[in-house]
Design a protein around this ligand. Structure first.
Ligand code: FES
Length: 101
C-alpha cells in the first residue's frame, strides 16, 4: 500500500551517508535530495545574497531556485538531484546563490 504522503517513502529503503555542512546524514539512496533533506530536518538550504533571509525548497520542480546547495563544489538545485553515497553538501557561500532579495 502506498503511504499517504510521498515523504513517508523517505523512511524506507537503503540509506547512504552524505555530509551536510559538516554533519553526517543517512539519507535514502536515490531519493530527491531536497525532499530527503527536509525529511532529515534541514529546512534552510541557502540564504539570499541581499538580505540574508533563509530559503528552503519551495516549488520542488526546478523553478524557484530556493533549494540551491553546493554539492561536491558545484552549486546545484537540490530538488533536481538524487541522493548519492558520499555527497559533500553545503550551504552556498555568500554571493554564490544570488537568486532572490
Ligand atoms: S525547490 Fe524550487 S528550484 Fe528546487
Amino acid at each position: 500500500m502506498k503511504p499517504a504522503s510521498p515523504f513517508l517513502e523517505l523512511d524506507e529503503g537503503p540509506r547512504v551517508r552524505v555530509v551536510f555542512d559538516g554533519t553526517p546524514l543517512d539519507l535514502r539512496a536515490g531519493a530527491n535530495l531536497a525532499a530527503a533533506l527536509l525529511a532529515a530536518g534541514v529546512q534552510t538550504l541557502r540564504h539570499t545574497s541581499v538580505s540574508g533571509a533563509p530559503r528552503g525548497p519551495f516549488c520542488m520542480m526546478g523553478a524557484c531556485y530556493d533549494c540551491l546547495v553546493e554539492i561536491d563544489g558545484v552549486v546545484r538545485q537540490a530538488c533536481m538531484t538524487e541522493v548519492a553515497e558520499g555527497m559533500e553538501i553545503a550551504r552556498p557561500r555568500a554571493g554564490e546563490a544570488g537568486h532572490g532579495a
